[in-house]
Design a protein around this ligand. Structure first.
Ligand code: M6R
Length: 362
């Protein structure tokens, strides 16, 4: 059942601290200095790997974009991220040295399975990041890492996104250690940030009434724009997707720097602009974009660790310190924002029109 919550989505949003603890549990050693992730692929293989191709759809694709940021920076490996339905295996590389990483909550998404089959036929090795034991994807890859988020009933993916990113961070440290690309200091920083995440998410959940008030205040806007850089970008497009799905409002996420190359024309006093300004998002540069939209009269909301960061912000949602996981924590605040906009409009949040939890047709 919904354990007293009005919707499964809200229950699942509130389950995130626990889901994250489960994702991490037993995967970091007692000293907190090493990852113990059971990846079946041989170490020599992971050492000599040339490229990871991530294939995924929807929210899982956004988790893939986040994973790319982490893997390229810390595991010294080239990563390409593909919307599964657009994927074609590129045959000009040694397929054996390409690892295809299928990210799928359900493990049953037809577009993702079809991309995976193409890669398998071409001779790539494959790994799944999934939430679902015994799912189709687990039978068609060389190895699987489970995100252990527990069942997700709401059509909108919430706790599975944060668990995908947390698990991908563990995979990054695992690969970085094998490939010799990580210093002890960076390992500590990454592992601390993952371990701090469940507590940070709890602190965000504790601010729900503030986020709800903001959602009620802006629920009637013409559109919602989300901007971010680096790891803030996947979170921007993920947050926009959440709002589209459950509130049926026009919402878009943009790399903050792209605003002035076109989308700025859409900005009016009736389009709130929501900016990711945490660690790992090159916030200083994004502040210029806030100034630009504020001068066009747009309401602005910033997700930041330092509430006084920008006088042009109308509102801030405060994000507790958790290093490179801060954009993930910010995502939780924006799940709540989308939820409360949709709830204000009395949308059928757990079963949005036209959508299915698991998309088993191409
Ligand atoms: O089960 P999967 O992770 O493969 O599903 C992929 C998408 O269908 C899914 O994330 C979809 O975008 C969600 N409804 C987003 O909230």
């Amino acid at each position: 059942g919904k354990s007293g919550y009005d919707h499964y989505m809200l229950k699942e949003i509130h389950e995130q601290p626990r889901a994250l603890r489960q994702a991490i549990s037993g995967r970091i050693d007692d000293l907190g200095t090493e990852v113990e992730l059971d990846v079946g692929l041989p170490e020599e293989y992971l050492h000599s790997l040339e490229e990871i191709q991530i294939i995924a759809c929807g929210t899982s694709y956004h988790a893939g974009l986040y994973a790319k940021e982490l893997l390229e920076t810390h595991a010294d490996i080239r990563v390409t991220v593909h919307i599964a339905s657009e994927y074609e295996f590129t045959g000009d590389r040694d397929p054996w040295r390409t690892l295809v990483l299928a990210i799928t909550q359900s493990g049953e998404t037809a577009d993702t399975l079809s991309a995976l089959r193409e890669a398998n036929r071409a001779g790539a090795r494959s790994l799944a990041l999934t939430n679902t034991l015994g799912s189709t994807v687990t039978r068609e890859v060389d190895d699987t890492i489970f995100i252990r988020a527990g069942p997700e009933i709401g059509v909108a993916a919430t706790k599975t996104f944060v668990s995908q990113v947390a698990t991908a961070t563990l995979l990054t440290v695992h690969l970085g250690m094998i490939r010799g690309s990580l210093t002890g200091q960076t390992v500590d920083a990454l592992l601390n940030s993952i371990q701090d995440l469940p507590g940070a998410v709890q602190q965000i959940l504790d601010q729900e009434s503030t986020i709800k008030r903001a959602a009620q205040q802006y629920a009637d806007s013409d559109a919602f724009f989300y901007i971010g850089r680096q790891a803030g970008y996947p979170v921007a497009i993920e947050s926009a997707l959440k709002l589209k799905e459950i509130a049926y409002d026009h919402a878009e996420g943009f790399p903050a720097g792209e605003l002035k190359h076109g989308p700025l024309a859409l900005v009016t006093p009736d389009t709130p602009v929501i900016a990711l300004l945490t660690a790992g998002t090159n916030a200083e540069k994004t502040q210029h974009n806030i100034t630009e939209v504020a001068s066009r009269g747009a309401p602005t909301i910033g997700l930041t660790g330092s509430p006084d960061v920008d006088p042009d912000l109308d509102l801030t949602f405060e994000i507790p310190e958790c290093g490179l996981m801060e954009p993930v924590a910010a995502n939780v605040a924006l799940q709540l924002f989308a939820y409360h906009v949709a709830n204000e409009k009395e949308r059928p949040i757990d079963k949005p029109r036209n959508l299915a939890k698991s998309v088993t047709v191409e």
